[in-house]
Design a protein around this ligand. Structure first.
Ligand code: SF4
Length: 128
């Protein structure tokens, strides 16, 4: 166990909609008994890209004791999910809404939120 960043789920706010399950490429989140849960903490890298998809604001990042992020287990979980044919929920640029099927998206953090920005809009963020 180490002290590190990891996703935190507010059960009171979570409606169990499942929007956060597929965007977590590592498969760390599942819906159990109608609520999102981090089922394997070692698969959560704490990057927080699930946060932006939650319509209820139930996801956040906290620093606490947790198992180390296991990169090889996360890679294996991702490979298995792809083999099983799980589809992904397309993410869009928060500025122009173009989706990842149209243009590469990059993650950005701003004022505590995780967002995606496309390569066309990124220069505006950098240069103003
Ligand atoms: S997206 Fe938010 S409300 Fe929906 S299951 Fe995940 S944590 Fe719960």
């Amino acid at each position: 166990m180490v002290k590190r960043q990891i996703v935190k789920i507010d059960e009171e706010l979570c409606t169990g909609c499942g929007e956060c399950v597929l965007p977590c490429a590592e498969g760390a989140i599942q819906i159990i008994d109608g609520k999102a849960r981090v089922v394997r903490e070692e698969l959560c890298d704490g990057a927080g890209f699930c946060i932006g998809v939650c319509p209820e604001g139930a996801l956040s990042i906290e620093v606490r004791e947790a198992p180390d992020f296991d990169e090889s287990a996360a890679r294996e979980a991702t490979r298995r999910r792809n083999e099983e044919g799980e589809t992904f929920i397309r993410q869009g640029c928060y500025i122009c809404s173009r989706e990842e099927t149209e243009t590469p998206l990059l993650p950005v953090r701003h004022k505590g939120e995780s967002k995606w920005v496309c390569t066309r809009c990124l220069p505006h963020l950098i240069h103003g």
